[in-house]
Design a protein around this ligand. Structure first.
Ligand code: TRP
Length: 329
């Protein structure tokens, strides 16, 4: 072979090698451009949960994951119905979503029954260990991790006592099927009884019970505590209609429930729960494992105050509390 021939052959080899690698890279790029399928299961609609979802979607976008571009989100809303939770969980799993998000404890329990493989990110789950979702908050040990919205009950009770120094009887209303509120209701009962405050606690099974249960509790107590309960959060006006009639202040557990007529809550920024959830989700997409990823506690302990309600009920809020509070109305 003459020199020209050699150069020709060498160039051909180089072109083939380049072609091969470019071809490979395109493959890789295609793989990276794969649209990620995210399945979200929400128990029902109330302001707080809708705000969590908004925070999630916004932060995913900030982190470069945009709906209709490189991610696809299938948001399922069970409208508060347990059988919907089961069928929607099965659907999200069988449609091969890459990752799942659970908004509320009942949604997380339902998704965790449907899959032990697909990672599940919890968005604002109050007590993930006690609900039986994970082994420990430091080391979940399975396909579930995410964000808890636990708030310190002792501080909440403390504030209630500062506002109403003479409380003798606290009412607690919660939903029997929500692990998140069952535990909070029991813990609050214990704390109050330690301070010699009598507790009257009653459960509802759905929103239809609220009116009647509220009547029987409100007529009999100095104030009412509502845990971080989805069913009650979705029907605050029904509760508040009754408590206003008896002029009884309600201390709920989220900003949204204060906006909807509660007096004051020590709560968590719901939007931030969504933001933190998105960060966990992206960490998992980048290769971290749910099994070993500790739970994030989104507990910023913000006091949310409804001044209009305080005026209406003729309740004086101490200055030191007012100074720290975020006035929602
Ligand atoms: N923490 C609730 C759960 O574990 C869900 C929730 C988040 C919530 N934010 C809320 C409930 C505000 C009532 C109000 O299911």
């Amino acid at each position: 072979m003459n020199n020209r021939g050699k150069i020709f052959t060498l160039s051909l080899i180089i072109i083939l090698i380049f072609g091969y690698f470019f071809g490979q890279e395109r493959e890789v790029i295609k793989e990276n451009n794969k649209v990620i399928k995210i399945g979200v299961l929400q128990l029902l609609s109330h302001t707080a949960l809708d705000t969590i979802y908004k925070g999630l979607e916004d932060e995913l976008s900030n982190l470069g994951y945009k709906v209709g571009d490189n991610i696809q989100i299938d948001l399922q809303n069970a409208q508060g119905d347990q059988s919907n939770l089961v069928s929607m969980s099965d659907k999200l799993v069988s449609e091969k979503n890459d990752i799942l998000v659970a908004i509320t404890t009942p949604s997380a329990l339902s998704l965790s029954n449907a899959t032990k493989e697909i990672p599940i990110v919890m968005a604002g789950i109050t007590y993930p260990v006690e609900a039986g979702l994970i082994k420990s908050e430091q080391l979940p040990g399975n396909n579930i991790t995410g964000v808890s919205d636990r708030t310190p009950l002792k501080e909440q009770l403390d504030i209630m006592k500062q506002i109403l120094p003479n409380i003798k009887k606290i009412g607690i209303i919660y939903t029997a099927s929500e692990d998140n509120s069952v535990k909070q209701a029991n813990d609050m009962k214990k704390l109050a009884e330690e301070l010699n405050i009598e507790v009257i606690s009653k459960t509802v099974s759905n929103t239809n019970d609220i009116q009647q249960v509220a009547e029987s509790v409100a007529s009999n107590v100095d104030c009412i505590f509502i845990p971080i309960d989805n069913t009650l959060a979705s029907a605050m006006p029904t509760l508040i209609n009754v408590t206003d009639k008896y002029k009884i202040p309600v201390f709920p557990s989220s900003d949204s429930m204060v906006i909807d007529g509660g007096l004051l809550a020590l709560g968590v920024d719901q939007y931030k729960i969504g933001v933190e959830t998105a960060k966990v989700l992206v960490a998992l997409l980048n290769g971290e494992k749910a099994e070993t990823k500790p739970i994030v506690i989104a507990n910023d302990g913000i006091i949310y105050l409804n001044e209009e309600k305080a005026k209406q009920l003729n309740i004086k809020i101490p200055e030191n509390i007012k100074e720290k509070a975020q006035i929602v109305k």
